[in-house]
Design a protein around this ligand. Structure first.
Ligand SMILES: [Zn+2]
Length: 451
């Protein structure tokens, strides 16, 4: 599937500037339940992302009654802006097709950029939830059919999402744009974004931050750490007493090991000390999941992968080898993400090895546990999403880091800091920042009501 402007872009690449769209919610104040929806566009090609490159193009409060009524209007206005940015010509009609009034009409027909550079839509980035909401996706993580790009299913008896081999049946079941559009067309719920030149379900990009670092990696790290702790690598689990107390004492030793490794390797990592609670183990039958900030999660894999190798060398059981293979794959992927956005043939081949190692290794560990009624290493729809992400990178030789959302998330953090300072007791500390966001959000609603 090629971009509709491919030939034009290839004939004058320096005149076409790609951008991606991202949206997320930032809380409006600490104690309140309101939040603002921040829609931003940014360049995927920047080698040094800064906040200034992420331009906020619209905000609104998703919980406001106005939102459901008018989010479509905002999307429509944003889409109009994207089309204008592509045409590089000041328009003579607004987003509703009405003639532009006032002084702006004198600019109609004049170029936006003096040298004719045009902005080209490259895709949408961000978490799965936003994509589901923005495009009324019919196939997503809570559905039996989990994928908008193919016909993969959760259960057996069809192209199964658990299948990670190279020629898995789902790879032969591509879902076309028309198949996706059939339902929203019938219900008249087609998102205005679908009208942007180049928009396609195939460039709703899976995001390495949400899919890998905050999605499947915490399950792999958590499962592996739990198993290795149970094996006695950091000392034997006390045979008596509460299971949680015993495991907490072992995980505290694992944390000391991790802290020592970070010191020796000059690493810094913002992560809470290891404990049953931080591994999401509230009852003994839970599955371990080490939740943390995205980059911290990758640092944990970097520390844990060689430990898994040591465990497998001491005792070469199938599960020990699969666990070490899985973590090698995951760590290799993290190293590769940061190695430049263009993949050589060698790097693409290494990424395919790492893809297979992680997904097939994880699958083997999951299967072994399920055979004993254990829930460690659950397979979730994000594993399938991750498989798409990696196969796309290997096929296109473009690193997933090109469309990951670290800079967008930094922008969201900044927005949350601004809005989060608005604690009920400390309003005077940042009243201007607080009310600036609130004012913009409310003013936008009023304007929409008037229109
Ligand atoms: Zn799929």
């Amino acid at each position: 599937m090629e971009h509709p402007l491919r030939d034009e872009i290839l004939s004058a690449p320096e005149m076409h500037c790609p951008y991606v769209i991202h949206a997320d919610d930032a809380p409006l104040c600490k104690r309140g339940k309101r939040s603002v929806r921040v829609l931003q566009w940014s360049s995927p090609m920047s080698s040094a992302p800064t906040l200034l490159q992420n331009i906020i193009i619209a905000t609104n409060d998703p919980k406001s009654p106005m939102f459901s009524q008018h989010s479509g209007a905002i999307d429509l206005a944003a889409t109009w802006s994207f089309k204008v940015a592509l045409s590089n010509v000041f328009p003579d009609t607004d987003e509703f097709g009405e003639p532009i009034k006032g002084t702006r009409r004198y600019k109609s027909g004049k170029p936006l950029h003096p040298h004719g550079v045009r902005m080209v839509f490259a895709g949408t980035v961000g978490d799965w939830k936003w994509h589901v909401e923005a495009f009324n996706l019919q196939r997503w993580y809570n559905k039996e059919e989990v994928c908008e790009e193919c016909h993969a299913k959760k259960s057996q008896g069809g192209p199964c999402m658990h299948d990670f081999v190279l020629d898995a049946p789902w790879t032969e079941t591509e879902r076309s744009l028309d198949e996706y559009l059939a339902e929203p067309r019938q219900l008249d719920t087609v998102s205005p974004f679908c009208d942007i030149e180049g928009w396609h379900t195939f460039n709703i990009y899976q995001d390495a931050v949400h899919t890998d670092m905050l999605g499947v990696r915490p399950l792999a790290n958590g499962g592996a750490m739990w198993e290795i702790a149970l094996m006695g690598y950091w000392g034997m689990v006390p045979p008596t007493g509460k299971w949680k107390d015993g495991m907490n004492s072992i995980l505290a030793i694992a944390w000391e090991d991790f802290a020592r490794w970070m010191h020796v390797n000059k690493k810094h990592c913002n992560i809470s000390k290891f404990s049953c609670n931080n591994l999401s183990m509230h009852v003994q039958l839970d599955w371990p999941e080490l939740k943390s900030k995205a980059a911290a999660c990758a640092t944990v894999t970097e520390w844990l992968a060689p430990i898994a190798v040591t465990v497998a060398r001491r005792d070469g059981t199938h599960e020990n080898r699969m666990r070490s293979l899985m973590l090698w794959g995951l760590d290799t992927l993290w190293q590769e993400y940061r190695n430049g956005w263009q993949l050589s043939d060698e790097r693409a081949a290494l990424m395919e090895e790492a893809r297979k190692a992680f997904l097939l290794g994880y699958h083997a560990c999951s299967k072994a546990h399920h055979a004993r009624q254990s829930f460690i290493y659950p397979i979730i729809p994000k594993h399938h999403h991750f498989d798409h992400l990696l196969r796309r990178a290997i096929r296109t030789k473009l690193s997933p880091s090109l469309v990951w959302t670290f800079s967008e998330e930094d922008m969201m953090k900044w927005m949350s800091n601004v809005t989060g300072k608005a604690h009920g007791l400390g309003v005077m500390k940042g009243p201007i920042q607080r009310w600036l966001v609130f004012f913009c959000s409310t003013a936008q609603e009023s304007l929409l009501l008037d229109s």
